[in-house]
Design a protein around this ligand. Structure first.
Ligand SMILES: NC(=O)c1ccc[n+]([C@@H]2O[C@H](COP(=O)([O-])OP(=O)(O)OC[C@H]3O[C@@H](n4cnc5c(N)ncnc54)[C@H](OP(=O)(O)O)[C@@H]3O)[C@@H](O)[C@H]2O)c1
Length: 296
């Protein structure tokens, strides 16, 4: 599997495995989590996407338990995690409202929680999960620089940021933001035309695409996009999901799809996306089907 250079000494696998749904799996045993990671590694998928809030602030620990039992896995994977969403559950059960916290105190505490829960001594990439309308960019920017300087975090980025959020935060930082994780798929394709992809492409910043299968809706519902996917899938001997992922991989902006399946059989075929050759007209056939109309 090809890789994307993130910094001088950090790269991500082109396909990333997301752990939002890790706790939803009926089997969250150490052995099963390890089996999922091994299935990824076999295909060259080494980058794992986490967030403090996943699984009600418990998914990081589910991963951590697996890593504690098989410490050798730690050197074979890169871990991305996120902070700033505070929801009234788990360790924040006392919160009166769901809110975002990009203060120094919250980021530092989140980093320490993530390190402890995942049983690691360094986070490869820390993302600010959602733009915070109360963000003091000087405080947040300095704190992100601080966690990198401390050695607890190797690189920092953001998620769901618009261009103005990105430039505001970056203007107060020494460390370059290395990615923006945004929703991108055949069901959420607006980013390709509203500037979200363009500003990152212009800066040469690789993009992490969350819910690349529309959170599963692309696989479970019927429609023109599904028909178009099925046609390309049949031509290549792969399933519809592989084509939906190939559609993102084909874009020149260095998009890294973050896959969320808990199903071991599906995990085993995540790299099938690379079997699909996606020429421009095929890309537009799928895009047209998703739009429901030909491009103007
Ligand atoms: N930064 C953010 O704000 C943000 C937001 C959302 C997600 N994320 C990240 O993105 C990752 C992926 O998100 P996602 O889980 O929504 O991605 P996804 O890959 O679009 O959707 C995964 C869902 O689709 C289902 N699915 C996959 N293939 C299927 C098939 N062939 N037939 C039926 N169902 C199928 C899966 O069910 P099975 O498990 O049964 O296969 C799972 O429920 C998350 O884990 C997280 O790391 C980030």
């Amino acid at each position: 599997m090809n890789r994307i250079n993130i910094t001088n000494d950090l790269s991500f696998s082109r396909i990333v495995y997301g752990m939002w749904r890790l706790g939803d799996d009926e089997d969250t045993s150490v052995g099963h989590v390890q089996a999922k990671i091994e299935a990824c590694l076999t295909q060259g998928i080494t980058t794992m996407d986490q967030a403090d809030i996943y699984g009600g602030y418990e998914a990081e620990e589910v991963l951590g338990n697996a890593l504690k039992a098989a410490p050798a896995l730690k050197d074979q994977i890169e871990i991305v995690t996120k902070c700033d969403i505070v929801a009234p559950m788990g360790r924040y059960a006392d919160a009166r409202v769901k809110y975002y916290d990009t203060s120094r105190a919250h980021i530092l505490a989140s980093v320490d929680h993530s390190l402890r829960l995942m049983d690691i001594d360094k986070i490869d990439t820390l993302l600010i999960h959602r733009p915070d309308p109360m963000m003091d960019h000087h405080e947040t920017g300095a704190t992100l620089d601080e966690v990198v300087a401390s050695g607890k975090v190797r690189s920092v980025g953001v998620s769901n940021f618009k261009l103005h959020d990105w430039t505001l935060l970056q203007s107060a930082m020494k460390t370059p933001l290395i990615t923006n994780q945004i929703e991108l798929s055949l069901t959420a394709h607006q980013g390709f035309t509203n500037g979200d992809v363009a500003y990152l492409q212009e800066r040469g910043v690789p993009i992490m695409a969350w819910s690349p299968l529309g959170g599963g809706s692309l696989m479970t519902s019927a429609g023109a996009a599904q028909d178009a996917l099925a046609k390309v899938a049949a031509d290549h001997g792969v399933d519809n999901a592989a084509v939906a992922v190939a559609w993102l991989l084909a874009h020149p902006a260095n998009i890294m799809p973050v896959m969320g399946t808990n199903n071991l059989n599906r995990i085993n075929t995540l790299s099938d996306a690379f079997k699909v050759s996606m020429d421009r007209q095929t890309w537009f056939e799928l895009y047209t089907a998703a739009l429901g109309t030909e491009v103007p």
